[in-house]
Design a protein around this ligand. Structure first.
Ligand SMILES: *[C@@H]1O[C@H](CO)[C@@H](O)[C@H](O)[C@H]1NC(C)=O
Ligand SMILES: *[C@@H]1O[C@H](CO)[C@@H](O)[C@H](O)[C@H]1NC(C)=O
Ligand SMILES: *[C@@H]1O[C@H](CO)[C@@H](O)[C@H](O)[C@H]1NC(C)=O
Ligand SMILES: *[C@@H]1O[C@H](CO)[C@@H](O)[C@H](O)[C@H]1NC(C)=O
Ligand SMILES: *[C@@H]1O[C@H](CO)[C@@H](O)[C@H](O)[C@H]1NC(C)=O
Ligand SMILES: *[C@@H]1O[C@H](CO)[C@@H](O)[C@H](O)[C@H]1NC(C)=O
Length: 465
């Protein structure tokens, strides 16, 4: 794993470095000229904005102020970029040829935060490997990526690397996320006081990862998550989150991209070496995980909405179903030996099983009504998985028998296309088509949020200048 770069904390350091053309120039002078240049630019822009409010313009008389004009040309740019993207996803699905133009010269600045926000947590090995570790993986991949810029003034987006999921309460338990809000608030405090970029857009070109049960609500119980809501300071930003549903939910009431949960690509590769995807599959239906026989009523909610209980009650003992309620470190080999892998909801609708099933060639059976699945433009979920409504869970046996008798081989053929598995795995270095690359594609679709481009686009397309 790459060591994150240690850089001086001084604001504008890289800027002045990059503006250095004359090798003999003194830093102070450069810095002075840079500021002077910015002042002039700022002054001309203000003057222009001021004047354009009073000078009527024939081309745009229905748009009286320059502000709306800026906005209009921005949305034209968005339309154009949408058109580009739509032709892009066909290309993506059909021919995996290298095409960096898809990312539209996207540039991302990665904040260099004090290590207590991120790398300190890596002293615990689990931090970079558990199912919420996308926050680590995306950060590491961006640090090495060609979209990274060291000049924040040319950046389209600002990545804020805070590892909130690495505070493990017990050795094998899940992370405590009670501290997440404070840790993030403190990170935002640091960047907004040390750099000018947060205040400039109120964070709307800033990107965070929230890879928990309920995204940026930062609580594992849905009722509490909803009551707490997304912290106000994150509401204008872009959140990369594993949580996603197809209806209004307070925990996705923010511009968000649904990302897959983290599964180590090395572990998948190691399993596939012993169990190739097109090998023998001697288990018809597989599920290993928590299935409560008598789920408790936890403030009005039941674990997995009792879906897993229904599966256990109905199919435990059925020869077609391999169900197990205990942990087993070698479970990936079981997935690789199975035809269908159940992915029922837990507390939250999403599950790491989804990624493991796809990566190991087992047809995912998604039992989570209204779930929004990751990267739908890269992974055509309806072609590679089976959806079973929560209310139909007792008919699972018949439904899967029917699929096996009709279109199973079609689904498997689609599923085993390596592009699916590639799109759901995060690598240390971005690879075209992998999960981080899909995140970059999603950001490239949001370039209308880019502050640096926003101003240059409106300048270029302005008929007056
Ligand atoms: C590309 O993706 C978008 C968004 O999912 C979808 O609406 C559109 O139909 C896709 N285009 C093609 C040609 O598949
Ligand atoms: C870890 O989480 C616990 C529980 O939320 C919290 O009390 C503690 O302060 C956290 N530790 C750090 C270093 O943030
Ligand atoms: C950004 O705004 C906050 C609150 O208004 C202020 O405290 C801070 O100094 C500002 N940051 C910069 C870099 O000007
Ligand atoms: C679950 O508990 C809530 C109170 O927390 C109660 O209103 C509800 O009726 C209970 N549901 C069932 C099915 O027992
Ligand atoms: C996914 O596959 C279905 C069925 O073949 C097709 O109708 C749909 O357009 C595809 N979606 C995308 C985004 O390509
Ligand atoms: C397979 O058949 C089922 C009905 O049994 C249908 O719902 C599903 O869309 C089909 N999938 C594909 C990829 O053909």
């Amino acid at each position: 794993m790459a060591e994150p770069k240690k850089t001086p904390k001084k604001r504008g350091f890289y800027v002045s470095m990059r503006l250095l053309h004359n090798k003999n120039g003194r830093p102070q002078e450069r810095s002075f000229f840079y500021r002077y240049y910015k002042l002039v630019l700022w002054f001309s822009l203000s003057l222009y904005l001021f004047i354009s409010c009073f000078i009527p313009n024939n081309n745009t008389h229905n748009k009286p102020t320059s502000l709306t004009r800026t906005h209009a040309s921005n949305s034209e740019a968005t339309l154009a970029s949408r058109a580009l993207f739509e032709s892009a996803n066909v290309t993506l699905l059909q021919q995996p040829t290298s095409n960096p133009a898809l990312l539209k010269n996207l540039k991302i600045f990665v904040y260099d935060l004090p290590p207590k926000y991120n790398t300190d947590w890596l002293s615990n090995e689990r931090c970079s490997n558990h199912l919420f570790a996308a926050e680590v993986a995306i950060h590491q991949a961006l640090l090495n990526s060609h979209v990274r810029t060291f000049d924040p003034y040319e950046a389209d987006f600002f990545f804020v690397p805070v590892y909130v999921s690495c505070n493990f309460s017990v050795v094998n338990g899940f992370p405590a996320i009670g501290h997440a809000r404070n840790l993030l608030a403190s990170a935002v405090q640091v960047i907004s006081s040390e750099y000018p970029f947060w205040n400039r857009t109120r964070g709307s070109d800033h990107v965070f990862v929230a890879s928990h049960d309920y995204g940026a609500c930062f609580h594992t119980m849905e009722d509490v998550a909803i009551a707490d809501g997304i912290p106000g300071f994150l509401k204008k930003s872009i959140i990369l989150q594993t949580f996603g549903v197809n209806y209004n939910h307070p925990c996705q009431d923010v511009d968000n991209v649904v990302i897959p949960p983290y599964i180590s690509p090395e572990s998948v590769r190691a399993t596939i070496e012993n169990f190739p995807v097109d090998g023998r599959r001697d288990i018809f239906v597989f599920f290993r995980g928590k299935m409560e026989v008598h789920p408790k009523n936890v403030s009005g909610r039941f674990y997995s909405k009792r879906v897993r209980t229904a599966i256990w009650r109905k199919y435990n003992g059925d020869r077609r179903f391999y169900l197990n309620r205990h942990r087993f470190a070698g479970y990936q080999s079981e997935i690789a030996r199975s035809v269908f892998c159940l992915c029922p909801r837990g507390w939250a609708p999403w599950s790491p099983r989804l990624v493991e099933s796809v990566a190991l060639g087992c047809v995912p059976v998604v039992i989570a009504d209204d779930i929004r699945l990751p990267f739908p433009t890269a992974v055509n979920w309806s072609e590679i998985s089976v959806r079973v409504a929560e209310k139909d869970v007792e008919k699972l046996g018949e439904i899967l028998e029917h699929v096996a008798a009709t279109n199973l081989s079609v689904i498997q053929k689609n599923l085993w296309d390596l592009r699916n598995s590639r799109a759901l795995l995060f690598n240390n270095r971005v690879q075209e088509g992998d999960a981080t690359w899909q995140v970059l594609l999603s950001l490239a679709q949001r370039l209308d949020r880019s502050y640096s481009r926003g101003s240059s686009v409106s300048g270029e397309s302005d008929p007056d200048t």
